[in-house]
Design a protein around this ligand. Structure first.
Ligand code: HEM
Length: 383
């Protein structure tokens, strides 16, 4: 499609229609132009034509200019500098997730990376550690309701409704409690955030907590898992692990390679044209991030994992006004992860069949059994 029809119209059997945008250039244009392409009616294909009840309430489904004032406090709290201050806490989360790999036997990389992601989000939001396992299950079930491991198979929509309800009830309780015990965490930040000249109300805080948890939980985990699934046993991984100077460019390439969010959706709010195709006001336009990140016109040799790739202006975090507000956290955590992995382990090997996650929204693994040899003595970590 990138070559022959980069902007393509699809019709579903039930009559609903959407455009697919597959090239880097067009994807960038749509993501950057929030005046023509709105997020407010929902951003996921699963909700096509149904709207999103969180539109105008939750950051990711609110259009500028209102979007900008809600984003600012989160952006400041999650910018590179404050995040560096949390590095040692994130390092503990990473080391804890890697520890069982030293035990020998099968280590489910996908499961432990979910624990890692939850550790990061639980720390940032100051959520009770006793709830982390359940929150992880609910997060994955939200984006993979039909997955045999995570969804309640066969229950379809009602299963997804139950999952959302449980998460929202959880956050209602957390937020109510947090109002009386404010701290230095993202839930407290939302409680204290002013929007349109007033504090966010309970529904707005809860909705944004839900979105933050999911935004981080289902994505961070897939970057190491997808990357290692493809690199284990290759000389690329040997080269990357041997050279500390490659840590940063390797992480950036891992983000491009894994692109956990398959797509984001927009609705045109006025008639426009894209690559000669006439888009009418109201049309749904799906930007396929995974395809844009493999576009031959933007990335030389895109199907090769080039650990030295520069420049690497991938769209894994999106682009424009909704560019991922957690990007600095993610980059820091991934650097810590690969630095600690390479310092402590060698000879990573897949030891059984992996199971892909069944999801339209997130690309990655449900399960991936691996082993590794502990490196004795440890090498100093590269960061
Ligand atoms: C590998 C990990 C991650 C990836 C690949 C990722 C990807 C993305 C993408 C593609 C968007 C743009 C959505 C759009 O254009 O509609 C986005 C937005 C967002 N992300 Fe992330 N994300 C990651 C981790 C995180 C983390 C850790 C957090 C929270 C700490 C987070 C919070 C958000 C929020 C709140 C938005 C909405 C921003 C806005 O609308 O202004 N994400 N993310």
């Amino acid at each position: 499609m990138r070559r022959s029809s980069p902007v393509t119209r699809h019709t579903l059997p039930d009559g609903r229609e959407f455009w697919s945008v597959t090239s880097f250039r067009d994807a960038s244009e749509v993501l950057q132009n929030a005046t023509v392409f709105s997020s407010q009616r929902g951003t996921l294909l699963d909700q096509l034509g149904r709207g999103d009840p969180a539109g105008g309430i939750q950051l990711v489904v609110t259009d500028p200019p209102r979007h900008t004032s809600l984003r600012m406090p989160l952006q400041q709290a999650l910018a590179a500098k404050p995040v560096t201050g949390m590095r040692e806490r994130f390092r503990e989360v990473v080391i804890d997730a890697l520890a069982p790999l030293a035990d020998g036997g099968g280590y489910d990389l996908a499961a432990h990376m979910r624990r890692l992601a939850m550790g990061v989000m639980g720390t940032l939001m100051d959520l009770p550690a006793g709830d982390w396992a359940r929150l992880t299950e609910l997060s994955v079930a939200s984006i993979a309701p039909e997955d045999p491991l995570f969804g309640r198979q066969g229950a379809g929509e009602s299963s997804l409704g139950d999952t959302h309800r449980e998460l929202l009830v959880f956050f209602h309780d957390v937020v109510r409690h947090r109002r009386a015990h404010l701290g230095d965490d993202l839930v407290s930040l939302l409680v204290e955030t002013e929007w349109d000249g007033r504090r966010l109300n309970q529904r707005e805080v809860v909705s944004n907590c839900y979105s933050l948890l999911l935004g981080g939980n289902v994505t961070i985990s897939q970057v190491p898992t997808t990357t290692l699934a493809d690199l284990m046993g290759t000389s690329t991984l040997d080269r990357w692990s041997a050279d500390p100077a490659l840590l940063g460019s390797g992480v950036e390439e891992a983000l491009r390679w894994a692109t956990p969010n398959t797509h984001f959706l927009r609705y045109a709010v006025q008639d426009t044209e894209l690559r000669g195709q006439r888009i009418t006001a109201g049309d749904a336009v799906v930007v396929w991030l995974a395809s844009a990140n493999r576009d031959e016109d933007a990335f030389p040799d895109p199907f090769t994992f080039d650990v030295r790739r520069r420049p690497n202006r991938h769209l894994a975090f999106g682009l424009g006004p909704h560019y991922c507000v957690g990007n600095a956290v993610v980059r820091d955590v991934l650097k810590l992860f690969f630095a600690e992995l390479f310092s402590r382990f060698t000879d990573l090997e897949q030891v059984g069949p992996g199971v892909r996650l069944h999801s339209h929204t997130i690309s990655g693994w449900a399960s991936l059994p691996i082993t590794a040899e502990p490196r004795v003595p440890h090498r100093p970590a590269a960061c």
